[in-house]
Design a binder for this molecule. Sequence first.
Ligand SMILES: CN1c2c(nc(N)[nH]c2=O)NC[C@@H]1CNc1ccc(C(=O)N[C@@H](CCC(=O)N[C@@H](CCC(=O)N[C@@H](CCC(=O)O)C(=O)O)C(=O)O)C(=O)O)cc1
Ligand SMILES: N[C@@H](CCS)C(=O)O
Ligand SMILES: [Zn+2]
Length: 799
Amino acid sequence: MTKFHIPGFPRIGEQRQLKRGLEGYWAGDVSQPELLSIATRIRESNWQRQLAAGVDWLTVGDFALYDHVLNTSVLLGHLPERVKTTDNRIDQMFLTARGRAPSGTPCHAAEMTKWFDTNYHYLVPECRADDTFQLQPEWLLDEIRAAQALTDQVKPVILGPMTYLFLAKSAEGVDRLSLLPRLLPIYSELFCLLKEQGIDWVQLDEPVLALDLPDDWQQAFEPAYHSLRFGGLNILLASYFGSLERNQSVALALPVQGLHIDQVAGTDDLGALVDKLGPYKVLSVGAISGRNIWRTDLDACYRLLKPVAEQLGDRLWVSTSCSLLHVPYDVDNEAATDGRMTPAVLPWLAFAQQKLEEGSLLRDGLNTAATLNCQAWQQQADCITDRHESLMVHKPAVKLVAQTAASQQWQRSLPYEQRAECQQARWQLPLLPTTTIGSFPQTAEIRQLRQRFRQGDINPSVYHQGLLTEIEHCIRVQEDIGLDVLVHGEAERNDMVEYFGELLEGIAVSSHGWVQSYGSRCVKPPLIFGDIERLQPMTVEWSRYAASLSERPVKGMLTGPVTLLKWAFVRDDQPWSQTAYQLAAALRVEIAELEAAGIGMIQVDEPALREALPLKQAARADYLAWAVNSFRYATTAVAAETQIHTHMCYADFDDILPAIEAMDADVITLETARSASKLLDGLASRPYHNGIGPGVYDIHSPNVPDTEAMASILRAAAAVVPLRNLWVNPDCGLKTRRWEEVKPALKAMVQVAQTLRAQGLDTISHAGLGGEAASRQVHESLIGHTEDDPCPSHARCVP
Ligand SMILES: CN1c2c(nc(N)[nH]c2=O)NC[C@@H]1CNc1ccc(C(=O)N[C@@H](CCC(=O)N[C@@H](CCC(=O)N[C@@H](CCC(=O)O)C(=O)O)C(=O)O)C(=O)O)cc1
Ligand SMILES: N[C@@H](CCS)C(=O)O
Ligand SMILES: [Zn+2]
């Protein structure tokens, strides 16, 4: 009989209880026992949901107070030495994640970066040549014991040794693979303990199997797994986020008892895989999306899996493609609340709870023919048909515009050099113009104002007036600081993606659809369900008002097509590129209206451009082609003297520099705090000809940035970028900071620009350190900061 399990469940709590618990604990308002009891209640509620849905294995070990990779570092006794200023294990973990905890000495936080191609961030393990590991299994064993009180079918999930090391970062050029001989015995020790505790199956996650692994990593898999001692446990090796492709033979050769594959993101040939599986191994097929929220076409899954079930019998497990960490809790929370969700869309949705029900139904359908005629199966099929045929989804005129846009290569009317002349004639900006990335502090007052408006406690005009007052305050502060190019501050936005989702047709938003982004921070991705139309201006009024308040230029501020797409739940019934062009079409009109309203500088943010890069090299060129062209479609209808800016955070730009160049924005502002040297080296070998503002300070530190560090970045940049093209800005938006932090930091930044200007061009480009040496100095001066706001729009420094 086919079985059903899931690789993992959301952990922030249905009402974001963990967020409140964590933030209360960090602020000193919640005790550690209280925090741990919140965590226990969330885990138990998650388990009860799984048991009620009839899972065959209860998944345990997927919960994390902050992050599951950080949990693995705790499990392996592999936290950085600098956090051992307290004996409290939980606080050691928070010191690693945030640089601060109620006990222990503040230190610099570990680097945080994106989990594969998702919008979730993990804490990067730090490796050194002399690293040792020591098993710290108590928390996991406690969770297992608690789960075993509910069922004896408990399946712990653990991040595998290869993925753990692959995701780590090594200092001093240490070969991370050289740590395997010290790491593997710790896993063996753990397996022994799990067996002693009555465990039969362990899910060992190795999602790196979905990457184009470098040869040495691919070749290291087999000897590593052969040297593990499993102590009689059955291991389900789990790969997700893509096909196994050239790693398939590696995965099949490992001495494990089962293999989980992602059959939503991946396209492995199931028939061929079954033939190679051998006579004993289990195949777990992730046929239900763990990343998206559309109801699953169970008939299609049945057609795919029935022949496999016939061949494998009880060696077929059905599952979600990956952990449900990436989807919200329960669609039922949307039905009876403030009515934000488009009602017609509700039956089309499956959040984590509904995915449990789908998996259970699919298993039953594969096991018992009668299930295929039951009401639940039929209803599911009706929802799929209804969605595919809905007039809300399909708008032929919109499709036509997007298809036409996709069939052309878009470009500005003049090349950059000529545009730059027109723009300089218009704006007369000084050398090294100063600006910011867009958002200013989202204070508790702004969030509460929005909440009161949503709850109907204040009327629209009071809300509106409140926002205008915020914008005016923001403009006055920027003038006072002496910035050259201003922004309106984004006070009206709950989020840079959700805000646009609320205003565009074809996109729904939720009331409770929270998904963890990192630690206690969450986002509510909008749901792109149909062809997208812009029926109203989205930002024009705020930008026009802001511009009316100052003599200085005020940038319009939009989120770009790729980021709107990537940070939403996107439709799965057409290629991403089509959706991107539809979003771009809406933005193109918005940009035209901004321009008509006299806004002569418009920023179109694309921080997710790098994140959306396909994991497999073979798919990258196609992606970059439509991603760049959709950006250009959105931004190229403007006059030559209108200056288009873009902004990107999340490092590793070097592999997409040609695409960044092809976007042909007049100015790009980039995150550089972690990788100033990498970016500048990249620019040295591949000169960038348009305007560029390498972020001169890390907005994630509450401290006033060091002026010499900022100057160093600018001097180093001046060595590889023509000075007239160089801008001065922080490296990301300031929404998570406080005004008390923002004002002195920006004043210091403006001061640096003014000093360098006064020193003159030659001094700037030649007096400082050159290229790499300067950026090394920059890096050194950045480390050692503390982090009371762990917003990781970019990674942080590790020594
Ligand atoms: C740049 N980043 C973003 C990503 N993805 C996005 N979709 N958006 C991004 O900006 N990915 C990469 C990074 C991730 N970085 C962050 C940074 C900060 C947050 C964050 O602070 N999230 C907030 C929620 C923001 C929000 O939606 N606010 C709403 C609702 C606020 C709220 O919770 N209100 C309270 C009541 C008000 C109060 O008392 O404060 C409530 O409803 O209970 C709004 O402003 O209206 C968070 O709290 O987690 C996320 C990702
Ligand atoms: N304009 C946005 C970009 C964040 S990546 C902001 O400033 O918050
Ligand atoms: Zn950013």
